[in-house]
Ligand binder design. Structure first.
Ligand code: 475
Length: 829
C-alpha cells in the first residue's frame, strides 16, 4: 500500500471499530432488532428460544466485524499462514464461548435481565455442533481456540455435515442411534457464502494433451459437485483477532450437462443432480475403523480439494508465482483423513498451474505436516486401489509416481531388501491392492507428530519403525492440550473466579503458566474452604441433572467417580464395571458397623459406542443392568450408585467435569495415544485414577504420583503378559465377579456370554484380569484419601495448579515454532 492508501484503510478500520457498541443498552437494542427483523417475532412477545436466536445474531454481528478486521489485516501483512485440515471438529456450543472471548458476557447478561431473560437459560437453548467423534475432533476445536487467542494467522478447514454424530438414546439399557439434524433450527454461528464456491471433480478419465507447449495430463471428470463455503468465526480471548473455520457443503454444480436433460427425463435429471448433496450429509460414526467406503473417500477428497483450491486462490491473490509458497503456507493434516491434499496440491500445481514436477514436489515436501492419533497399526487408513482409480484416476497416477521415486530412493539406501521395500511402499500388494495413507503422509510430510511422549516412542519403535530409521529427524511429538477457556472459564465459572481471586489476576486465562501460583496458597484454610464450596455447588448441579435425566437421586456428599469417553475395549469401561460389581459384593457382605466406614460413591459412566461395535454396545447394556440391580437394592442405600449418562457430548462434558471428584483413565498401557479428558478433569481439580499410559505419564511428572491413584501393568510389560496367555495370574475376586455375570445375576446371561468369554480363557487381550487386583488397591487408596477431606481438597488444588502444561496454548505454541514456523499477527484495532 502507498501512504495515502494506508491512511484510507486505517480510517476505514477506525470507522468499523466504532460501529457496534457493547454497552447493555446498545446490546439490548440490537437484540430487540434481531427479534423483529431476523427472527420475525414481535419485540413485545418472544420466548427463550427466540431470545437465544436474537442474542446469538447480535453476538454474531460483533464476530463478523472482528472477523473482517482480522482478515483484512492478515491480507495487508501477508504473514505465513497455517491451514488446519480436519475431517472432524467438535465445537459444541458457541454462545457462552463467544461472549466470554469477546469480553461481553456481563453486558449481555445485563441487557437480557432488563428484558426479563436470563443468560444461562438462553445458553441452554443451543444445541451442540457435533461434527466429530471424540478426542481427535475436540482436540481440533481446542487448538482453533488457542490459535485465535495467540493471534496466529490460521484457518481451519472441514466439512459441514448436515447430520453430526448420532444422538444416543437408551431404551431398556440398549443404545439406539438417532440422527442429529442439528441444522433444523438454524445455525446463527455460521455465515453462508454462496458465492465462495469451487467445483470438485470425481470419476472420469485422464487424457494426455499439449498445452502452451507443455505436455499435460488433463482429467476429464465424470461428475462435478460444487463446494460452498460456510464460515464459522473463531474469536480469540483478550484479542481482537477472530479467525475462521471454513466448512464446505456440497451442492449441485451450476453447469448443466445438456445431454442428461435432453433425454426428456427432466425430473430424474434434477433428482440425480440433487444427490450431490449427500457428500456432506453425514458424519461417519466410527472412530478408528476403516472400511474403504466410497462415500467416506468422496467426503475426504471433497473437502480437501475445495480447501486446497481456496488456499491456492488466496495465495495467488497476492503472489505472481509459486516460489514463495512454502514461506507463506503451512498445511497441517489432522491424522491421515485429509492426506489426499498431498496429491491434490501436486495435481493443481502440475496440471493446472503448469509448475514442473520437481518444483511442485519440492513445495509439497516443505508445506505438509501431520499428526497421528492412533497406536494400533490396524487403525491406519488404507484405500483400495480399485476404488481410488475409479473415483480419482489422476490422483492415483500421482501417488504411483511419488511411490516410484520413493522406492528408488529406498533401493539406493537399503539395497534390494524386499521385505523392507514392501513394508514401506505406499502401495500395499495383497488380496486387495491398496494405498496406505499413513505411508503416503510419511513420505510427503516434513514432520510427523505423535500426541504424547510415549505415543511418539511407540510410533518410532513399532508402528513406523522403518520410517524412523530412514528419516529420524521427521519424528517429533507435541503432547496434546486443552483450552482453559472452554474447560474452566466457560464451563466452570465458579472455579474460574476463585482462581483469579487467589492469583490476584485473570491473566492465567491467556498465560496458563501463572496457574502454578495456586501452589503458594494450598495450605490456606480459607482457599480450601472456598474450593470445596465451589466444587460442591457444581456437584449439586450435576446431581440435579442426573435426577432430571434418568430419575436416580444421588447425594452430593458421595464421591462422584466418573468415566466419560467413547466406549472402547481398550479404554476398559468393563474394568470399571467389574470393579463396581466387586464393591457391591463387598458391601453386601459387610455387617452394619463395617458399613459405616464405607465411602459413599456415585459411579458415573458416559459415552457412545460406534453403531457397529457389538462389544461396546454390550458394555453399555451391562452398565445399565448392573446399575439397575445396585440402584434398586434397598440394602445398599446411599453407599453405592451406578448411573449411565445418556448422549454424552461436549455440553454434557461441561456439566459433568466441574462436578467430578475422581476420574478414571484406565486404558491398557500402550493403547491410549494421549487422552485429553484427563487434562480437562485435572484442570477442574478432579483427582485421577489411572494407568501409566498416554499423556497421564506426563501428568504424573507435573503433579507427582502422590496426588494420583495409579495402577496396572506398564506399557513395556504388556507384550510379555499377553504372551503368557492362560499362565497369567488372575485374582480370585476377578473370576468371582465374571461368574456373577455369567450366572445371570444381572439378567441377559446369553447376551453377556461373549463379553465374559472375552475376559477368560485365552482371551482377555486387554489384561483386565491381570490389572484387577492393583485396580482395586488404587480404588481403596482413593477411598482412604476421600475420608480426609482436607487432604483431598489440597490434592484437588494441586491438580489444578499443576495442569498448566496441558493447555492447548502450549501445544499450539510448540507446533507454531517447531513445525509450522508461523508468527503471531495481532490485529491492532
Ligand atoms: C486418541 N478418532 C486419543 C486424541 O489426539 C487422543 C479415528 C478415525 C476416524 C474418526 N475418528 C477417529 C481418533 O482416532 C481419535 O479420536 N483418537 C484420539 O485422539 C487426540 O487424545 O488418545 O484415541
Amino acid at each position: 500500500f502507498g501512504e495515502g492508501e494506508k491512511a484510507k484503510v486505517e480510517r476505514m478500520f477506525g470507522l468499523m471499530d466504532g460501529f457496534l457498541k457493547n454497552d447493555p443498552v446498545s446490546l439490548q437494542k440490537d437484540i430487540l432488532d434481531h427479534v423483529e427483523y431476523t427472527v420475525g417475532r414481535s419485540r413485545f412477545s418472544f420466548d427463550d428460544f427466540e431470545a437465544y436466536q436474537a442474542l446469538s445474531h447480535s453476538v454474531r454481528d460483533r464476530l463478523i466485524e472482528r472477523w473482517h478486521d482480522t482478515q483484512q489485516y492478515f491480507k495487508r501483512k501477508d504473514p505465513k499462514r497455517l491451514y488446519y485440515l480436519s475431517l472432524e471438529f467438535l465445537m459444541g456450543r458457541s454462545l457462552s464461548n463467544s461472549v466470554i472471548n469477546l469480553g461481553i458476557k456481563d453486558q449481555c447478561a445485563d441487557a437480557l435481565n432488563q428484558l426479563g431473560f436470563e443468560f444461562e437459560v438462553l445458553a441452554e437453548q443451543e444445541g451442540d455442533a457435533a461434527l466429530g467423534n471424540g478426542g481427535l475432533a475436540r482436540l481440533a476445536a481446542c487448538q482453533m481456540d488457542s490459535l485465535a487467542t495467540m493471534d496466529f494467522p490460521a484457518w481451519g478447514y472441514g466439512l459441514r455435515y448436515q447430520y453430526g454424530l448420532f444422538r444416543q438414546v437408551i431404551l431398556d439399557g440398549f443404545q439406539h442411534e438417532q440422527p442429529d439434524y442439528w441444522l433444523n433450527f438454524g445455525n446463527p454461528w455460521e455465515i453462508e457464502h454462496l458465492r465462495i464456491s469451487y467445483a470438485v471433480k470425481f470419476y472420469g478419465t485422464v487424457e494426455e494433451k499439449q498445452l502452451d507447449g507443455h505436455h499435460c495430463k488433463v482429467w476429464v471428470p465424470g461428475e462435478t459437485v460444487e463446494a460452498v463455503a460456510y464460515d464459522n468465526p473463531i474469536p480469540g480471548y483478550g484479542t481482537r483477532n477472530t479467525t475462521n473455520l471454513r466448512l464446505w457443503a456440497a451442492k449441485p454444480n451450476g453447469h448443466y450437462d445438456l445431454e442428461s436433460f435432453d433425454t426428456g427425463d427432466y425430473i430424474n435429471a434434477v433428482i440425480n443432480r440433487q444427490r450431490a448433496e449427500t457428500i456432506s450429509s453425514i458424519l461417519y460414526p466410527d472412530d478408528r475403523s476403516y472400511q474403504g467406503k466410497e462415500l467416506r473417500l468422496k467426503q475426504q477428497y471433497f473437502f480437501v480439494s475445495a480447501s486446497v483450491q481456496d488456499i491456492i486462490r488466496r495465495f495467488k491473490d497476492s503472489h505472481r508465482n509459486f516460489d514463495q509458497f512454502p514461506e507463506k503456507v503451512a498445511l497441517q493434516l489432522n491424522d491421515t483423513h485429509p492426506s489426499l491434499a498431498i496429491p491434490e496440491v501436486m495435481r493443481i500445481l502440475v496440471d493446472e498451474e503448469l509448475v514442473n514436477w520437481h518444483n511442485a514436489w519440492d513445495i509439497v515436501r516443505k508445506i505438509f505436516s501431520f499428526t497421528v492419533h492412533t497406536v494400533v497399526p490396524g487403525g491406519l487408513e488404507k484405500i483400495p486401489v480399485d476404488l481410488l482409480s475409479s473415483l480419482l484416476p489422476r490422483h492415483l497416477q500421482i501417488i504411483y509416481d511419488i511411490n516410484f521415486s520413493f522406492v528408488e530412493e529406498l533401493k539406493k539406501r537399503f539395497g534390494l531388501d524386499y521385505d523392507r521395500l514392501s513394508r514401506m511402499s505406499i502401495v500395499e500388494e495383497g488380496a486387495v491392492k491398496s494405498i496406505r495413507m499413513a505411508n503416503l503422509s510419511l513420505v510427503c510430510c516434513h514432520a510427523i507428530d505423535g500426541v504424547s511422549r510415549i505415543h511418539s516412542d511407540i510410533l518410532k519403535t513399532r508402528v513406523f519403525k522403518d520410517f524412523f530409521e530412514l528419516w529420524p529427524q521427521k519424528f517429533q511429538y507435541k503432547t496434546n492440550g486443552v483450552s482453559q477457556r472452554r474447560w474452566i472459564v466457560v464451563s466452570n465459572p465458579g472455579l474460574c473466579a476463585l482462581i483469579s481471586k487467589w492469583l490476584g489476576t485473570d491473566a492465567w486465562i491467556r498465560d496458563i503458566d501463572l496457574i502454578m501460583g495456586l501452589r503458594d496458597h494450598v495450605e490456606d484454610a480459607e482457599l480450601q474452604q472456598q474450593w470445596k464450596m465451589v466444587r460442591r455447588v457444581n456437584k449439586i448441579r450435576l446431581a440435579e441433572y442426573i435426577e432430571a435425566m434418568i430419575g436416580v437421586k444421588i447425594s452430593p456428599d458421595a464421591m462422584f467417580d466418573v468415566q466419560i469417553k467413547r466406549i472402547h475395549e481398550y479404554k476398559r469401561q468393563l474394568l470399571n464395571i467389574l470393579g463396581i460389581i466387586h464393591r457391591y459384593d463387598c458391601i453386601k457382605n459387610m455387617n452394619k458397623s463395617d458399613r459405616r466406614n464405607v465411602v459413599p460413591r456415585v459411579c458415573i459412566i458416559g459415552g457412545k459406542a460406534a453403531p457397529g461395535y457389538e462389544i461396546a454396545k454390550k458394555i453399555i447394556k451391562l452398565c445399565h443392568a448392573v446399575g439397575e440391580t445396585i440402584n434398586n437394592d434397598p440394602d445398599i442405600g446411599g453407599l453405592l450408585k451406578l448411573v449411565f449418562i445418556p448422549d454424552y457430548n461436549v455440553s454434557v462434558a461441561e456439566l459433568v467435569i466441574p462436578g467430578s471428584d475422581l476420574s478414571q483413565h484406565i486404558s491398557t498401557a500402550g493403547h491410549e495415544a494421549s487422552g485429553t479428558g484427563n487434562m480437562k478433569l485435572l484442570m477442574n481439580g478432579c483427582l485421577l485414577l489411572a494407568t501409566v499410559d498416554g499423556s497421564t505419564i506426563e501428568i504424573i511428572e507435573e503433579i507427582g504420583k502422590e496426588n494420583m491413584f495409579l495402577f496396572g501393568a506398564k506399557a513395556h510389560e504388556v507384550a510379555t503378559l499377553r504372551a503368557k496367555g492362560q499362565a497369567r495370574k488372575v485374582p480370585l475376586q476377578f473370576s468371582r465377579v465374571v461368574r456373577k455375570i455369567r450366572d445371570g445375576y444381572f439378567g441377559s446371561e446369553v447376551y453377556f456370554k461373549s463379553l465374559c468369554d472375552s475376559l477368560e480363557g485365552s482371551g482377555d487381550f486387554y489384561l483386565l484380569g491381570n490389572d484387577f487386583a492393583s485396580y482395586l488397591e488404587a480404588q481403596a487408596e482413593a477411598d482412604k484419601a476421600f475420608v480426609d477431606q482436607e487432604r483431598w481438597t489440597k490434592m484437588s488444588i494441586l491438580c489444578t495448579a499443576g495442569s498448566g502444561r496441558f493447555s492447548s496454548d502450549r501445544t499450539v505454541g510448540e507446533y507454531a515454532e517447531k513445525t509450522w514456523r508461523i508468527e503471531p499477527c495481532r490485529c491492532p484495532f
